[in-house]
Design a protein around this ligand. Structure first.
Ligand code: PA5
Length: 423
């Protein structure tokens, strides 16, 4: 379902030379004996996810779909990026589907928050507040505003329109949800935020957006099966993990995730959190960046082609677009574009991709890793997501770091709380 190629990567070492190292960390990951082993619940999740809760997610999503015009997802980081990535990748950016999914709780921007509140005020609204800790300030702040709005608009009925996804037993949000009588879904203890898109954290909003979450989970299971053997001749995730470390040794300290599909931009945002938060520890790690081509060829193209040689690209190619158009012929040909008449727009996009790859590789000497996915379906996301999970766990272990914590994120919070006067 996913191909990984290194033909244009300028690797100066053989990936397979790392087999012993990979075997060691694979065993640690599977036996839960590696760094951060309290947070490897995602590894077996494609096999052992709670099927009863999954059915409850589907039923709740159906209920929400029938009740609202706008479904507000209130969460930040791992508690929002995955859902948004899947919804945009699968449905596209102008899907005109009901209900519309709107995101809040992911910023302190007063303008953004006020605009969302204004946008939803005359619409039928349901809310999914998502927070594992239950105390994340951006989310708690937005949810207080949303709760007040929902209580004033719907009175007693509000509790049937608010769903909380949080820790199974602890935290402010769990206490509040129980007291108010909201339906709740559980974020498993052993799955961190950035690995939680395949739990109710991601699955509920994705299902409310009308996307087939059974297919998504089937994709994760396929990837699980395909990646069971750590053999570096066949295991695509581990090949990618090793290739990154080889490129880092060759002086590449930034990885640019490249897509040619506008609806993949949020997938890149989700990937940046997954890779950045997992790998950036103790002065180590590759900086994750992203561009959307050909759009960003007109902004970042110059640097990638010609700037300091610090980065490599990881190109995601999509074989089959969700939609396509045939370019029309024009009798006048005033714009001189008739040379494309009768061609599909996807073919044009593919030629742009090929031309850019040649330019960056042959002239710019920028290493390119290539990931090919068949389409932008839910199943493909499930597969690709699990592929990235396994890759980042392996590549971070290879740097002897814990892929599953994020101690650095606390520093800004401490300062912010002091400035805000929080005790
Ligand atoms: O990956 C992570 O752990 C973080 O990005 C969290 O998901 C994010 O900070 C939100 O945390 P919470 O779900 O506790 O509100």
């Amino acid at each position: 379902m996913l191909k990984f190629e290194t033909e244009h990567a300028f690797l100066q070492e053989n990936i397979t030379d790392y087999q012993e190292t990979v075997n060691k960390y694979h065993e640690q990951l599977m036996n839960k004996t590696g760094l951060g082993n309290d947070f490897v619940g995602w590894v077996e999740w494609p096999n052992n996810y709670d099927k009863e809760e999954f059915e409850r997610v589907l039923a709740c999503a159906e209920k929400m779909r029938n009740m609202c015009d706008v479904f507000v997802v209130c969460g930040i980081g791992g508690s929002y990026l995955g859902a948004r990535a899947v919804i945009e990748m699968v449905n596209g950016l102008y899907a005109d589907k009901k209900p519309e999914i709107v995101f809040m709780g992911n910023t302190f921007s007063s303008t953004y928050i006020a605009q969302v509140m204004n946008y939803i005020k005359d619409k039928e609204v349901c809310v999914n507040v998502i927070s594992k800790s239950g105390t994340t300030t951006e989310t708690a702040l937005a949810f207080r505003l949303l709760k007040k709005f929902m209580d004033e608009k719907y009175g007693e009925e509000a509790k049937n329109r608010i769903v909380a996804t949080t820790d199974k037993a602890r935290g402010t949000l769990k206490t509040m949800a129980d007291a108010e009588g909201y339906e709740t879904f559980v974020i498993p203890d052993d799955i961190g935020g950035r690995f939680s898109v395949i739990t109710p954290v991601g699955l509920l909003p994705i299902a409310v957006a009308g996307i087939d979450i059974r297919a998504l989970m089937a994709g994760t299971k396929k990837a699980y099966d395909d990646l069971a053997d750590p053999d570096l001749n066949t295991n695509t995730a581990y090949r990618y993990a090793v290739a990154r470390r080889i490129l880092e040794k060759q002086g590449k300290c930034a990885e640019m995730l490249v897509s040619y599909e506008s609806q993949m931009s949020m997938v890149a945002e989700w990937w940046k959190q997954l890779f950045g938060e997992s790998e950036g520890k103790n002065g180590t790690g590759i900086l994750p960046c992203s561009v959307n081509f050909s759009t960003d060829l007109h902004s970042m193209g110059q640097f990638i082609q010609d700037g300091k040689k610090v980065l490599f690209e990881t190109l995601i190619k999509v074989e089959k677009p969700t939609l396509d158009l045939t370019f029309p012929s024009d009798e006048e040909n005033a714009d001189g574009m008739n040379y494309l008449a009768g061609k599909s727009l996807h073919w044009v996009n593919q030629m742009a991709c090929q031309g850019t790859l040649e330019a960056h590789v042959d002239t710019g000497h920028v290493p390119n890793l290539e990931i090919t996915i068949p389409d932008m379906s839910a199943e493909t996301f499930g597969y690709m997501c699990y592929f990235f999970f396994r890759a980042i766990a392996m590549t971070t272990y290879m740097n002897e770091q814990n892929p599953f914590n994020q101690p650095g994120v606390e520093v800004y919070k401490k300062n912010m709380f002091r400035l805000l006067g929080k005790n």
